[in-house]
Ligand binder design. Structure first.
Ligand code: FAD
Length: 425
């Protein structure tokens, strides 16, 4: 069979929110761009998330509260985190660094690094949705964190202090205020925090598809393939896939939770893991008021997000497991049970839950920057819980790095080298 041999200025590997946004920003910068992605919509984590684009999403999972929760986490007795213990052994560098990051000082530092990124998240998304011809998919609805008890609310005081420090607005509501805010809620909550500067994407998969069309409309080339390896050459890179190769001076690695698969053969072993998550769609019972914005029930560690046409997407907490492991639906089943006490949940609308992998770094910061030991290779992955939100601004930063412009957001905290060679002596 004849091999497909192409050349380009730059190849972007991975077409989720991060890779697509990078490809579009690189095209905007006047480069000839090839985007490689197999094109399986549901294989992208960018398809199945909660659709929250929030200025306030500046907190890594590895928080100072981790230590108090650790015994429950290790017993799989907390809805927020489920561990496949044997798989945990395979991501020991990630786990060691994750535990080491669970300090107040590290949490504050991470929030400070993420704040400029999430500040840009909504404006960049607005621009993308408008350009892609789907402005209706993004609404600035705000989102709500719900606390079942006063103790739980008091436990989040540090979060509020850090949000205030970074000028992120929020409103606190009591039980009556919560009812007025979201009449669909039937569970009595003690307190709620509304983060008004938040967009909600009503169909993340639809936004990805529209972004792909935008890229193609700009003259970007899409190659439907899974890249097998990246080979450095004297003058750039050879991107090898089962159908042939693409030669380019530069490559962007944006394969989300699969990043280690192409980086390892080049000698980069990142402290990296898959934080898997599930969702399932439900109708609300006839007569129930609609849910008007995403809500996070902190007591169940589960988000309920309206996804258009009366559908509610129920999302699970985190499962630390190998990306390719068989699904274990217990966590999403438990989340759905809790959700049924929170809103008037009707019938499930999907045959079975969706499963995806958050590309997780232990310190909760993405990896955005040039590869330390290779010319012309840019890493853009590891966006964990906020890759939908921060995909478009990451794309802009990737284009800045590729074209030698000063990045519009400081990228030093996202440098790849920090996750290599861990644990350090
Ligand atoms: C349950 C859940 C809820 C979430 N909620 C939110 C939220 O509300 N807000 C938010 O901002 N984020 C949220 N996230 C996180 C967010 O979805 C991810 O951070 C984001 O989608 C990552 O985008 P990505 O482009 O890096 O990866 P992906 O979307 O996974 O895209 C990676 C792409 O690379 C392709 N690929 C992989 N290997 C290769 C290869 N060798 N060759 C070519 N292509 C390859 C894959 O097929 C895929 O298309 C959530 C995640 C989960 C699981």
């Amino acid at each position: 069979m004849q091999q497909d041999e192409r050349t380009a200025d730059i190849v972007v590997v991975g077409g989720g929110m991060v890779g697509l946004s990078s490809a579009i920003a690189l095209k905007d910068s006047g480069l000839d761009v090839v985007l490689c992605d197999p094109g399986e919509a549901r294989a992208r984590t960018s398809y199945g998330n909660a659709g929250v684009v929030s200025r306030g999403s500046i907190f890594p999972m590895s928080s100072p509260a981790l230590w108090g929760k650790l015994p429950a986490y290790l017993r799989n007795a907390d809805a927020g985190l489920r561990l496949r213990h044997l798989h945990l052994l395979r991501v020991m560098p990630w786990a060691a660094h994750f535990l080491a990051s669970a300090r107040t000082s590290a949490w504050r530092r991470a929030a400070a690094a993420l704040a400029p990124l999430t500040d840009a998240a909504y404006p960049e998304h607005r621009r993308l949705a408008d350009r892609a011809g789907v402005p209706h998919l993004l609404r600035e609805s705000g989102w709500v964190k719900l606390y079942r008890t006063e103790e739980a609310f008091a436990g989040a005081a540090l979060e509020r202090e850090i949000l205030a420090h970074h000028g992120v607005p929020f409103e606190i509501h009591d039980g009556a205020g919560i009812q007025a805010l979201e009449p669909a809620l039937i569970r009595p909550f003690a307190r709620a925090m509304l983060l008004p500067e938040t967009g909600a994407v009503g169909d993340p998969g639809g936004l990805v598809e529209a972004s792909e069309k935008l890229f193609a409309g700009l003259g970007g080339r899409i190659l439907r393939t899974t890249v097998s390896r990246l080979e450095p050459e004297a003058e750039g890179w050879r991107v090898v896939h089962p159908g042939g190769t693409v030669r380019a001076r530069r490559v962007v690695l944006a394969t989300g939770a699969a990043a280690n698969e192409l980086s390892r053969p080049l000698g980069y072993r990142f402290a990296f893991a898959a934080e898997r998550g599930y969702h399932r769609h439900y109708a609300l019972q006839p007569g129930s008021p609609a849910l008007t914005r995403p809500v996070y029930d902190t007591g169940a560690a589960s988000i309920l997000s309206p996804m258009g046409e009366g559908r509610v997407r129920v999302l699970s907490g985190v499962e630390v497991a190998d990306r390719h492991a068989e699904p274990d639906y217990r966590q999403i089943e438990a989340a759905a049970k809790e959700a049924a006490g929170t809103v008037r949940l009707g019938q499930p609308l999907d045959n079975r839950p969706w499963l995806g992998s958050r590309p997780s770094t232990p310190d909760g910061l993405p990896v955005i920057g040039p590869a330390p030991r290779h010319q012309g290779l840019i890493f853009a992955f590891g966006h964990g819980h906020i890759g939908l939100s921060t995909g478009p601004i990451t794309g802009r930063l990737v284009a800045d790095l590729a074209t030698g412009r000063t990045p519009s957001v400081p990228v030093a905290p996202f440098a790849p080298g920090r996750l290599l060679g861990w644990p350090r002596p």
